[in-house]
Design a protein around this ligand. Structure first.
Ligand SMILES: *Cc1c(COP(=O)(O)O)cnc(C)c1O
Length: 381
């Protein structure tokens, strides 16, 4: 079955008790049993809920995965995956990553005896050199947030297999429509479904996919034991959004390519970060590893941080907001918004400028998107 068909049908058979074509919102915490301990697979909604199960089956199919588990947020999903590690384990992490992931690792999990090394994952040997005897997991983002660097998932997966190290990939930016980490050899694919998968900026959620029985059992156990589960209404919204993921991603990408080319052609822009640009250092890897370049574009304007802040306040089609992946265009100044928790020295050593702006290019009419950037750049020049 092709991607769009799976998005619309997998896990979404007509409800057997009513014929409802759309998976109902099963707003129930408990389930009536026919005799003690006898039920049809649902006993308590932290453990299992039919709306959540439909979403888990659908999203697993989009990642070509045997198993899928949904969580209350992307961070809850990340935390569940890190539960595969125990005190004393070491994790090698991308040096350019979602600020909240850094905060979870650095401020929460470090207190439980995990250690983390942050390395440039655009180079496989650099990642390999960071591994040592207690390294349990490599955690990748590709493309990264906000610099849109790529990691060679297949190359790193092969290297991890040689060392007996798990590989988890945060696939939020690419989405399963453009990239399937498990097919490239990763053990786990993790998503903030808050972003492109739900796609309408109206719900927060997370998802983990894996093909490995043993990993599934542990993450599933954690899902139930810790209880950071999404409610049935959240699952319904996410499933409704996922049905149009393919349509939306095609349009996000068409608009993002146009925005990247437009910015790249302007003399008052210092640098544009977009894997679809021929000048992107990993453009060839992007073509090999992904089925498209996605909807995120970052750039640094001339004029430094003051002009970047002024641009962020001058757009009207682009809302000044955190988050990404919704149908509406968003502009963000990562240093003062999403990535404030990353220390300045660390940002600077990674080439992450205080003038950086990040765009989540929406699916409004392309002409309106470009015209909005044009007027904001002109007003601040
Ligand atoms: C948003 C995001 C997360 C965190 O997800 P939440 O749903 O906000 O908890 C993790 N990784 C990436 C790449 C993200 O963009």
């Amino acid at each position: 079955m092709e991607f769009s068909t799976k998005a619309i049908h997998v896990g979404q058979e007509a409800d057997p008790s009513t014929g409802a074509t759309i998976v109902p919102i099963f707003a129930t915490s408990t389930y009536t049993q026919t005799s003690p301990g006898v039920h049809v697979g649902f006993d308590y909604s932290r453990t299992a809920n039919p709306t959540r199960l439909a979403l888990e089956r659908c999203l697993a199919s989009l990642e070509n995965a045997k198993y899928g588990l949904c969580f209350a947020s992307g961070m809850a999903a990340t935390s569940a995956v890190l539960n595969l590690c125990s005190a004393g384990d070491h994790v090698v992490v991308s040096d350019d990553l979602y600020g909240g992931t850094f905060r979870l690792f650095d401020k929460v999990l470090a207190r439980y005896g995990l250690t983390f090394s942050y390395v440039d994952q655009s180079d496989v040997p650099t990642v390999e050199r960071a591994l040592h005897a207690s390294t349990r997991m490599v955690w990748l983002e590709s493309p990264t947030n906000p610099l849109l660097k790529l990691a060679d998932i297949e190359g790193i997966a092969k290297m991890c297999r040689r060392h007996g190290t798990l590989l988890a990939v945060d696939n939020t930016f690419a989405t399963p429509f453009l990239q399937n980490p498990l097919d490239l050899g990763a053990d786990l694919s993790v998503h903030s479904t808050t972003k492109y998968i739900s796609g309408h900026s109206d719900v927060v959620g997370g998802f983990v996919a894996t093909n490995k029985d043993a990993l599934y059992e542990i993450v599933k156990f954690h899902q139930n034991a810790v209880g950071a589960i999404p409610g049935p209404f959240d699952c319904f919204l996410t499933l409704r959004g996922a049905k149009t993921l393919a349509l939306r991603m095609r349009e996000h990408e068409r608009n993002a390519r146009a925005v990247a080319a437009y910015l790249d052609g302007r003399p008052d822009i210092e640098r544009v970060y977009y894997p679809g640009l021929v000048g992107h250092p990993q453009h060839d890897l992007a073509k090999r590893q992904m089925r498209g370049f996605g909807g995120m574009v970052s750039f640094t304007p001339t004029g430094g941080a003051p002009r970047a802040r002024a641009i962020a306040q001058s757009t009207t089609v682009f809302s000044l907001a955190e988050s990404l992946g919704g149908v509406e265009s968003l502009i963000c100044h990562p240093v003062s918004m999403t990535h404030g928790s990353i220390p300045k020295e660390m940002r600077e050593s990674r080439g992450f400028s205080d003038a950086l702006l990040r765009l989540s290019v929406g699916i409004e009419a392309q002409a309106d998107i470009i015209a909005d950037l044009e007027q904001a750049l002109a007003a601040t020049n």
